[in-house]
Design a protein around this ligand. Structure first.
Ligand code: SF4
Length: 317
């Protein structure tokens, strides 16, 4: 099992390491008890790696939200940003095989988006930003799925993040190191319905990108494809988009099933539309009939199985 685990970076304190400024940790039970069965976590504490002690004085971002520096509260003249960034750069260079990252919220180093930046008058700016390590991570690996641990409590965000980690991992495994143009076509084809659930427009755009790319540098095509693909699947699809995809998939069965079964399937899709059942219910029904009547093409769609079913994520959306 461990060989099949996907490498995912994580803030060390989320795994229970007592590395926080107050000598404590912020262990995430979901990460240690559930996700660790599927992900091989590569932990990193940018502040400890920068040589700051534990416990340590409170650190914060200071200055302008677009050009902040890391300081110790009360010692705003001393800019510690480079001390944190240099070892973090080296760490990120070494860990170029990660397929996702889970960060601790609000930290001036690890926080995502909602990190306060303090002004000279002691108050925080209204505009918030990424922590310094989080910013560096996103600049270094712009297509990498990155999420804040607290947001994983939201079922839709959690499902979307884990789906993206698996999608990124599939791209790395089957496309990134392959010289065969056919492999990216296969990837696009297997993600057809997943992409359609997120954005039909992006599905078509990416299809055209591949169709017009025969004479272009394959490495550049891969980079552009991955960037657009990951952006396209970054937010959860609306329920009506899922319904559209479910109806498309149902269309493949029409010739093979009798009218009673057709009505059953359409009723379940309708129940999903009314929020009476979750996505797993119509999907399970369709998968059942695809086993008998579906093609290899249909059964290979990641939309039907984007991650291990034991995670139970389609039960929640
Ligand atoms: S720097 Fe990041 S990993 Fe280290 S304690 Fe703070 S939030 Fe946790």
């Amino acid at each position: 099992m461990s060989n099949n685990k996907i490498k995912v970076g994580i803030s060390s304190c989320l795994l229970g390491d007592e590395v926080r400024f107050n000598g404590g940790h912020t262990q995430s039970k979901y990460c240690t008890n559930v996700l660790s069965r599927y992900f091989e976590f590569i932990k990193y504490c940018p502040e400890v790696s920068a040589g700051f002690s534990t416990p340590r004085p409170t650190m914060r971002l200071y200055g302008n939200p677009t050009a902040s520096k890391l300081v110790i509260k009360g010692h705003e003249n001393q800019d510690l940003s480079d001390k944190l960034i240099e070892p973090s750069k080296k760490h990120l260079e070494k860990t170029n095989d990660l397929c996702g990252y889970i960060l601790m919220k609000k930290s001036p180093s690890c926080g995502m988006f909602r990190v306060k930046v303090y002004q000279q008058n002691g108050h925080a700016h209204q505009t918030m930003r990424n922590g310094l390590f989080a910013e560096l991570l996103m600049q270094t690996y712009p297509a990498l799925p990155v999420e804040e641990e607290g947001r994983l409590n939201d079922k839709a965000l959690r499902e979307n993040f884990i789906m993206r980690v698996y999608a990124y991992s599939n791209f790395m495994k089957y496309v990134q190191n392959s010289e065969k143009y056919g492999d990216i076509i296969k990837f696009h084809s297997r993600y057809k319905y997943m992409l359609m659930a997120h954005s039909q427009q992006e599905y078509r755009y990416l299809g055209k990108l591949l169709a017009n790319s025969h004479n272009q540098n394959y490495e550049e095509i891969k980079t552009e494809y991955l960037s657009r693909f990951m952006r396209a699947i970054q937010t959860s699809p609306k329920r009506r988009n899922h319904i559209n995809v479910l109806q498309h998939l149902f269309g493949y069965l029409k010739k093979h099933i009798n009218s009673d079964v057709k009505i059953d399937i359409l009723n379940v899709i309708e129940q999903y539309r009314k929020h009476e059942v979750n996505l797993i219910t119509p999907l399970t029904l369709l998968k059942h009939y695809f086993k008998q009547f579906g093609s290899d093409y249909l059964n290979s769609q990641y939309y039907l199985q984007p991650y291990p079913s034991e995670l139970g994520l389609q039960n929640e959306i």
